[in-house]
Design a protein around this ligand. Structure first.
Ligand code: NAD
Ligand code: USQ
Length: 382
């Protein structure tokens, strides 16, 4: 298949582009490298040193003989997007290219407006581009489990069968997101569902949980292919953040009670889920939702797991219960369905002490790159 990976310079997109290329797909990347510019804005960095996108694809070609074409541009620029679609004529368009940090979207009005404009307009342009240039192309869009929030009933995969006043229907699952970022994904989902209905576009919305880990088989092949890994209070996510904190002797930053429970998955499963979606496209006009996570954990349980493994590796670290900078439930029911990807062949890499140990060992050599002032959360929801 010809597959475009938009956001292919990012944490999930880069390993996905390599993995799909390795499987024999003809891959190209769209990215405006804005994530690298956000590091400059936030005076932050990836704990792992990362090569430029040009160096990365050149190294991949040198090692495998496989070419990954790159297009440096913004999905918000429709003329640019049209030209890429005309040139590539993709069978699948994998869309990772959004501002993905909840705290970044909550910094102030400008960052909230940027997040929603970047994400919602970008996705709307992709929908128009597919309709105009490649109407059969399968849109594989990254949504988020956080679209659902934390309702007091089990979370289904996109739709809920309900009975009301004696009548039954299957309706989109109610959305109660917890940040302007998570809201941008809800707005995207509505736009995609509508475009499928009116224009017959085929789309898969992957409501992904929190991704942990660093490397895949492909990114491990050479230091130039190394993936980015965020640890700072804005882009760093639970688990990865805790592992890195443990290596520098920082208390593990559990927000509030730590009973916040979420779906998680290994980066190795992210790349496989994309392949599964691409190999099993949605039908024309179908808007399909898969919950893309493999296990559920509370933040406190993850901190305890990291503390135990870190101690065995010689890093003594405490768990701190910080005042929660977010507005969210800290003790709640959480159970979400995640059978659709497994039914199509996903064999999850589950979280074990060994997995935590391997991530820790992969980052410890770079611990001197951590900018300590960036570790504590600085963005407040209130
Ligand atoms: P990332 O920030 O590392 O990568 C996103 C990439 O998209 C960056 O390289 C950025 O430069 C690019 N980009 C952003 N806006 C763009 C635009 N308008 N035009 C072109 N390129 C643009 O993020 P990530 O962690 O790789 O996440 C990828 C996707 O997966 C996001 O949509 C995110 O919401 C979703 N997701 C991520 C996680 C996670 O834990 N990392 C979990 C669930 C869902
Ligand atoms: N948390 C802590 N301590 C920390 C960091 C986070 O207790 O140091 C808590 C948060 O308060 C929250 C939970 O851990 O309750 C998850 O926070 P996170 O920063 O790991 O994840 P989140 O903000 O939800 O966003 C991340 C990605 C986003 C993706 C989302 C998937 O940045 O792109 O959409 O995970 S999900 O959470 O399923 O919506």
């Amino acid at each position: 298949m010809n597959i475009i990976v938009a956001g292919g310079d990012g944490f999930c997109g880069w390993p996905t582009a390599l993995y799909l290329s390795k499987q024999g797909h003809d891959v190209s990347i769209i990215d405006n490298t804005i994530r690298r510019k956000m590091d400059d804005e936030l005076h932050s960095n990836s704990i792992t040193p990362i090569a430029s996108l040009e160096e990365r694809v050149e190294k991949w070609k040198e090692l495998t003989g496989k070419e990954i074409r790159t297009y440096n541009g913004d999905l918000n620029h429709y003329d640019f997007l049209r030209e890429v679609l005309k040139q590539e004529k993709p069978d699948a368009f994998v869309h990772f290219a959004e501002q993905r940090s909840a705290p970044y979207s909550m910094i102030d009005r400008e960052h909230a407006v940027f997040t929603q404009t970047n994400n919602v307009v970008g996705t709307l342009n992709v929908l128009y581009g597919i309709r105009e240039i490649v109407p059969d192309c399968h849109l594989i869009k990254l949504g988020t489990m956080g679209e659902y929030g934390t309702p007091n009933i089990p979370i289904e995969e996109g739709f809920l069968e309900i009975e009301h006043k004696g009548r039954k229907d299957v309706l989109p699952y109610p959305k109660q997101p917890g940040s302007f970022y998570h809201l941008s994904k809800v707005h995207d989902s509505h736009n995609i569902m509508f475009a499928c209905k009116i224009w017959g576009i085929r789309a898969t919305d992957l409501n992904q949980g929190i991704v942990y880990g660093l490397e895949t088989e492909e990114t491990k092949m050479d230091p130039v292919l190394t993936n980015r890994l965020d640890y700072d209070g804005v882009f760093g996510t639970a688990l990865n953040r805790f592992i890195i904190q443990s290596t520098i002797g920082h208390d593990l930053t559990v927000y509030g009670q730590g009973g916040q429970t979420r779906g998680f998955l290994n980066i190795k499963d992210t790349v496989r889920c994309i392949e599964i979606a691409a190999n099993n496209p949605a039908d024309k006009g179908e808007f399909r939702v898969f919950n893309q996570f493999t296990e559920e954990f509370s933040v406190l349980d993850l901190a305890k797991l990291v503390q135990k493994v870190a101690k065995e590796e010689g890093f003594d670290t405490d768990i701190a219960h910080l005042e929660n900078p977010r507005v969210e439930l800290e003790d709640h029911f959480f159970h979400a369905e995640n059978t659709k990807l497994k039914d199509l062949g996903l064999e999850p890499h589950l979280l074990t002490e060994e997995v935590v140990r391997n991530i820790l060992k992969a980052v410890v050599d770079h611990k001197d790159r951590v900018i300590k002032e960036n570790v504590l959360p600085q963005v407040s929801w209130k």
